[in-house]
Design a protein around this ligand. Sequence first.
Ligand code: SAM
Length: 284
Amino acid sequence: MNQYMVEAGTLYVVATPIGNLLDITQRAIEVLAQVDVVACEDTRHSARLLQHFSISNRTISLHDHNERQRQEQISNWLKEGQSVALVSDAGTPLISDPGFHLVRHCRQQNLNVVPVPGACAAIAALCVAGLPTDRFTFEGFLPSKQGARLSVLEALKDEPRTMVFYDAPRRIIDTVEDIISAMGEDRYVVIAREITKTFETIHDATASELLAWLQQDANQEKGELVLMIEGKTAVIDDIPPIAKKTLNLLLKEMKPKKACAVTAEIFGLKKNDLYALTLAEKQD
Ligand code: SAM
Protein backbone atom coordinates (compact mmCIF):
# COMPACT_ATOMS: atom_id res chain seq x y z
CA MET A 1 0.00 0.00 0.00
CA ASN A 2 1.22 3.54 -0.84
CA GLN A 3 2.35 5.74 2.07
CA TYR A 4 0.75 8.76 0.46
CA MET A 5 -2.16 9.00 -1.96
CA VAL A 6 -2.44 11.94 -4.34
CA GLU A 7 -5.75 13.75 -4.52
CA ALA A 8 -7.71 14.17 -7.72
CA GLY A 9 -7.84 17.64 -9.27
CA THR A 10 -4.67 18.81 -7.52
CA LEU A 11 -1.54 20.56 -8.73
CA TYR A 12 1.50 19.43 -6.72
CA VAL A 13 4.53 21.75 -6.72
CA VAL A 14 7.33 19.27 -6.13
CA ALA A 15 10.90 20.08 -5.08
CA THR A 16 13.62 17.80 -6.46
CA PRO A 17 17.33 17.49 -5.44
CA ILE A 18 19.90 20.18 -6.30
CA GLY A 19 22.71 17.64 -6.70
CA ASN A 20 22.57 14.70 -4.33
CA LEU A 21 19.67 12.47 -5.37
CA LEU A 22 19.29 11.22 -1.81
CA ASP A 23 17.71 14.60 -1.07
CA ILE A 24 14.43 13.65 -2.78
CA THR A 25 11.62 13.22 -0.26
CA GLN A 26 9.57 10.08 0.08
CA ARG A 27 6.45 12.11 -0.61
CA ALA A 28 7.95 13.59 -3.79
CA ILE A 29 8.59 10.06 -5.10
CA GLU A 30 5.01 9.03 -4.31
CA VAL A 31 3.53 12.11 -5.95
CA LEU A 32 5.70 11.87 -9.09
CA ALA A 33 4.74 8.23 -9.49
CA GLN A 34 1.01 8.67 -8.88
CA VAL A 35 -0.03 11.89 -10.65
CA ASP A 36 -1.54 11.70 -14.13
CA VAL A 37 1.15 13.91 -15.63
CA VAL A 38 4.44 15.52 -14.59
CA ALA A 39 5.03 19.02 -16.00
CA CYS A 40 8.82 19.49 -16.35
CA GLU A 41 10.99 22.50 -17.16
CA ASP A 42 12.99 20.13 -19.39
CA THR A 43 11.43 16.72 -20.03
CA ARG A 44 14.74 15.06 -20.98
CA HIS A 45 16.42 16.32 -17.81
CA SER A 46 13.57 15.20 -15.55
CA ALA A 47 13.28 11.86 -17.37
CA ARG A 48 16.69 10.96 -15.92
CA LEU A 49 15.46 11.82 -12.41
CA LEU A 50 12.25 9.81 -12.84
CA GLN A 51 14.20 6.89 -14.27
CA HIS A 52 16.54 6.93 -11.27
CA PHE A 53 13.53 6.40 -9.01
CA SER A 54 12.02 3.80 -11.38
CA ILE A 55 9.10 6.09 -12.20
CA SER A 56 7.69 5.83 -15.70
CA ASN A 57 5.07 8.53 -15.85
CA ARG A 58 3.78 10.81 -18.57
CA THR A 59 5.73 14.10 -18.84
CA ILE A 60 5.03 17.36 -20.61
CA SER A 61 7.20 20.47 -20.88
CA LEU A 62 6.45 23.67 -18.99
CA HIS A 63 9.05 26.38 -19.40
CA ASP A 64 9.28 30.17 -19.65
CA HIS A 65 8.21 30.13 -23.30
CA ASN A 66 5.06 27.98 -23.09
CA GLU A 67 3.84 28.48 -19.51
CA ARG A 68 0.89 30.73 -20.49
CA GLN A 69 -0.46 28.12 -22.95
CA ARG A 70 0.19 25.25 -20.59
CA GLN A 71 -1.67 26.94 -17.71
CA GLU A 72 -4.98 26.67 -19.65
CA GLN A 73 -4.37 23.04 -20.54
CA ILE A 74 -3.29 22.07 -17.02
CA SER A 75 -6.14 23.91 -15.29
CA ASN A 76 -8.61 22.13 -17.59
CA TRP A 77 -7.12 18.76 -16.66
CA LEU A 78 -7.35 19.66 -12.96
CA LYS A 79 -11.02 20.60 -13.41
CA GLU A 80 -11.61 17.19 -14.99
CA GLY A 81 -10.17 15.59 -11.83
CA GLN A 82 -6.69 14.77 -13.06
CA SER A 83 -3.66 15.43 -10.86
CA VAL A 84 -0.49 17.14 -12.07
CA ALA A 85 3.01 17.53 -10.57
CA LEU A 86 5.18 20.50 -11.45
CA VAL A 87 8.98 20.07 -11.24
CA SER A 88 11.90 22.20 -12.37
CA ASP A 89 15.35 20.96 -13.42
CA ALA A 90 16.53 21.11 -9.80
CA GLY A 91 15.31 22.40 -6.47
CA THR A 92 12.03 24.13 -5.77
CA PRO A 93 9.88 25.21 -8.75
CA LEU A 94 9.09 28.97 -8.97
CA ILE A 95 12.30 29.93 -7.13
CA SER A 96 14.14 31.50 -10.10
CA ASP A 97 12.33 28.83 -12.11
CA PRO A 98 9.04 28.59 -14.07
CA GLY A 99 5.67 27.98 -12.41
CA PHE A 100 4.50 31.33 -11.01
CA HIS A 101 1.94 31.98 -13.79
CA LEU A 102 0.58 28.43 -13.56
CA VAL A 103 0.21 28.54 -9.77
CA ARG A 104 -1.44 31.96 -9.84
CA HIS A 105 -3.80 30.87 -12.60
CA CYS A 106 -4.81 27.73 -10.67
CA ARG A 107 -5.32 29.60 -7.40
CA GLN A 108 -7.42 32.26 -9.14
CA GLN A 109 -9.68 29.43 -10.29
CA ASN A 110 -9.90 27.96 -6.78
CA LEU A 111 -8.05 24.84 -7.85
CA ASN A 112 -6.16 22.85 -5.24
CA VAL A 113 -2.40 23.65 -5.20
CA VAL A 114 -0.26 21.63 -2.79
CA PRO A 115 3.46 22.09 -2.01
CA VAL A 116 5.76 19.10 -1.72
CA PRO A 117 8.75 20.86 -0.12
CA GLY A 118 12.38 19.85 -0.42
CA ALA A 119 15.72 21.17 -1.63
CA CYS A 120 16.21 24.84 -2.49
CA ALA A 121 19.73 26.14 -3.14
CA ALA A 122 19.06 29.54 -1.53
CA ILE A 123 17.83 28.03 1.74
CA ALA A 124 20.50 25.31 1.81
CA ALA A 125 23.18 27.99 1.34
CA LEU A 126 21.71 30.34 3.91
CA CYS A 127 21.58 27.76 6.66
CA VAL A 128 25.33 27.09 6.49
CA ALA A 129 26.57 30.62 5.76
CA GLY A 130 26.78 31.86 9.33
CA LEU A 131 25.00 35.09 8.36
CA PRO A 132 21.88 36.34 10.17
CA THR A 133 18.83 34.37 9.07
CA ASP A 134 16.11 36.02 11.17
CA ARG A 135 15.39 38.26 8.18
CA PHE A 136 16.80 37.92 4.67
CA THR A 137 16.03 38.99 1.14
CA PHE A 138 16.19 36.71 -1.89
CA GLU A 139 17.34 38.69 -4.94
CA GLY A 140 17.39 35.92 -7.57
CA PHE A 141 19.96 36.24 -10.37
CA LEU A 142 22.12 39.34 -10.63
CA PRO A 143 22.05 40.91 -14.11
CA SER A 144 24.78 39.58 -16.40
CA LYS A 145 25.63 43.05 -17.78
CA GLN A 146 28.12 44.89 -15.61
CA GLY A 147 26.34 48.28 -15.54
CA ALA A 148 23.00 46.78 -14.52
CA ARG A 149 24.67 44.52 -11.94
CA LEU A 150 26.47 47.42 -10.33
CA SER A 151 23.22 49.44 -10.19
CA VAL A 152 21.44 46.57 -8.41
CA LEU A 153 24.27 46.25 -5.88
CA GLU A 154 24.44 50.01 -5.31
CA ALA A 155 20.69 50.10 -4.66
CA LEU A 156 21.19 47.37 -2.04
CA LYS A 157 24.22 48.84 -0.28
CA ASP A 158 22.22 49.97 2.78
CA GLU A 159 19.98 46.89 2.88
CA PRO A 160 20.03 45.69 6.51
CA ARG A 161 18.95 42.10 5.82
CA THR A 162 21.18 39.27 4.61
CA MET A 163 21.00 39.25 0.79
CA VAL A 164 20.87 35.98 -1.16
CA PHE A 165 21.65 35.84 -4.90
CA TYR A 166 22.02 33.19 -7.56
CA ASP A 167 25.00 33.83 -9.81
CA ALA A 168 27.02 32.07 -12.48
CA PRO A 169 30.50 31.03 -11.23
CA ARG A 170 32.08 32.23 -14.49
CA ARG A 171 30.98 35.76 -13.52
CA ILE A 172 31.79 35.54 -9.81
CA ILE A 173 35.06 37.50 -10.01
CA ASP A 174 33.32 40.37 -11.84
CA THR A 175 30.47 40.24 -9.35
CA VAL A 176 32.77 40.43 -6.32
CA GLU A 177 34.60 43.37 -7.93
CA ASP A 178 31.22 45.09 -8.25
CA ILE A 179 30.38 44.29 -4.61
CA ILE A 180 33.63 46.02 -3.62
CA SER A 181 32.71 49.08 -5.74
CA ALA A 182 29.17 49.26 -4.42
CA MET A 183 29.48 48.14 -0.80
CA GLY A 184 33.17 48.41 0.09
CA GLU A 185 36.00 45.90 0.40
CA ASP A 186 35.17 44.99 4.01
CA ARG A 187 31.61 43.81 3.38
CA TYR A 188 31.22 40.20 4.45
CA VAL A 189 30.36 37.81 1.64
CA VAL A 190 29.74 34.05 1.62
CA ILE A 191 29.66 31.80 -1.41
CA ALA A 192 28.14 28.31 -1.39
CA ARG A 193 29.22 26.38 -4.48
CA GLU A 194 28.17 22.93 -5.68
CA ILE A 195 25.92 22.36 -2.65
CA THR A 196 25.33 18.64 -1.96
CA LYS A 197 27.76 17.70 -4.77
CA THR A 198 31.31 16.28 -4.72
CA PHE A 199 33.06 19.66 -4.77
CA GLU A 200 30.78 21.41 -2.29
CA THR A 201 32.56 24.52 -1.02
CA ILE A 202 31.32 27.09 1.49
CA HIS A 203 33.67 30.04 1.81
CA ASP A 204 33.22 33.23 3.83
CA ALA A 205 35.45 36.30 3.75
CA THR A 206 35.44 40.03 3.30
CA ALA A 207 34.80 41.02 -0.32
CA SER A 208 38.49 41.87 -0.92
CA GLU A 209 39.73 38.63 0.69
CA LEU A 210 37.18 36.66 -1.31
CA LEU A 211 38.34 38.29 -4.55
CA ALA A 212 41.97 37.30 -3.86
CA TRP A 213 40.88 33.75 -2.98
CA LEU A 214 38.83 33.41 -6.18
CA GLN A 215 41.64 34.78 -8.33
CA GLN A 216 43.98 32.08 -7.01
CA ASP A 217 41.74 29.12 -7.77
CA ALA A 218 40.14 28.76 -11.21
CA ASN A 219 38.08 25.79 -9.93
CA GLN A 220 35.90 28.26 -8.04
CA GLU A 221 34.60 29.51 -11.40
CA LYS A 222 32.98 26.14 -12.15
CA GLY A 223 29.62 24.60 -11.28
CA GLU A 224 26.76 26.41 -9.56
CA LEU A 225 26.79 28.87 -6.70
CA VAL A 226 24.78 30.94 -4.28
CA LEU A 227 26.19 34.27 -3.19
CA MET A 228 25.24 35.86 0.12
CA ILE A 229 26.09 39.35 1.33
CA GLU A 230 25.82 40.41 4.94
CA GLY A 231 23.30 43.18 5.50
CA LYS A 232 24.49 46.55 6.72
CA THR A 233 22.67 46.84 10.05
CA ALA A 234 23.71 43.38 11.12
CA VAL A 235 27.32 44.52 10.89
CA ILE A 236 26.64 47.63 12.96
CA ASP A 237 24.73 45.62 15.58
CA ASP A 238 27.73 43.38 16.10
CA ILE A 239 29.98 46.26 17.21
CA PRO A 240 30.54 45.84 20.99
CA PRO A 241 29.25 48.69 23.24
CA ILE A 242 32.78 49.44 24.53
CA ALA A 243 33.97 50.03 20.95
CA LYS A 244 30.99 52.34 20.29
CA LYS A 245 31.80 54.30 23.47
CA THR A 246 35.48 54.61 22.48
CA LEU A 247 34.51 55.74 18.99
CA ASN A 248 32.16 58.41 20.35
CA LEU A 249 34.92 59.74 22.66
CA LEU A 250 37.44 59.83 19.80
CA LEU A 251 34.94 61.56 17.51
CA LYS A 252 35.05 64.54 19.88
CA GLU A 253 38.80 64.78 19.42
CA MET A 254 39.47 63.89 15.78
CA LYS A 255 37.98 63.54 12.31
CA PRO A 256 35.58 60.56 11.77
CA LYS A 257 37.96 58.76 9.39
CA LYS A 258 40.78 58.83 11.95
CA ALA A 259 38.46 57.98 14.89
CA CYS A 260 37.15 54.93 12.99
CA ALA A 261 40.65 53.79 12.05
CA VAL A 262 41.91 54.08 15.67
CA THR A 263 38.85 52.27 17.08
CA ALA A 264 39.17 49.57 14.44
CA GLU A 265 42.82 49.10 15.40
CA ILE A 266 42.08 48.86 19.15
CA PHE A 267 39.17 46.41 18.89
CA GLY A 268 40.17 44.44 15.79
CA LEU A 269 37.09 45.67 13.89
CA LYS A 270 36.57 46.79 10.30
CA LYS A 271 36.88 50.56 9.89
CA ASN A 272 34.09 50.60 7.29
CA ASP A 273 31.69 49.07 9.86
CA LEU A 274 32.57 51.80 12.32
CA TYR A 275 32.16 54.42 9.63
CA ALA A 276 28.73 52.97 8.79
CA LEU A 277 27.89 53.25 12.50
CA THR A 278 28.87 56.94 12.64
CA LEU A 279 26.68 57.63 9.57
CA ALA A 280 23.74 55.69 11.04
CA GLU A 281 24.03 57.55 14.38
CA LYS A 282 24.23 60.87 12.56
CA GLN A 283 20.97 60.05 10.73
CA ASP A 284 19.28 59.10 14.02
N1 SAM B 1 14.73 26.48 -8.20
C1 SAM B 1 16.12 26.24 -7.84
C2 SAM B 1 16.23 26.17 -6.32
O1 SAM B 1 15.27 25.86 -5.66
O2 SAM B 1 17.34 26.39 -5.81
C3 SAM B 1 17.03 27.28 -8.46
C4 SAM B 1 16.97 27.32 -9.94
S1 SAM B 1 17.99 28.52 -10.66
C5 SAM B 1 17.57 28.36 -12.35
C6 SAM B 1 19.57 27.75 -10.67
C7 SAM B 1 20.56 28.45 -9.74
O3 SAM B 1 20.39 27.96 -8.41
C8 SAM B 1 22.02 28.19 -10.07
O4 SAM B 1 22.49 29.05 -11.08
C9 SAM B 1 22.69 28.46 -8.75
O5 SAM B 1 22.84 29.85 -8.53
C10 SAM B 1 21.65 27.89 -7.79
N2 SAM B 1 21.93 26.48 -7.51
C11 SAM B 1 21.22 25.42 -7.93
N3 SAM B 1 21.78 24.27 -7.48
C12 SAM B 1 22.87 24.62 -6.78
C13 SAM B 1 23.88 23.89 -6.06
N4 SAM B 1 23.87 22.58 -6.01
N5 SAM B 1 24.85 24.61 -5.46
C14 SAM B 1 24.87 25.95 -5.50
N6 SAM B 1 23.95 26.68 -6.16
C15 SAM B 1 22.96 26.03 -6.79
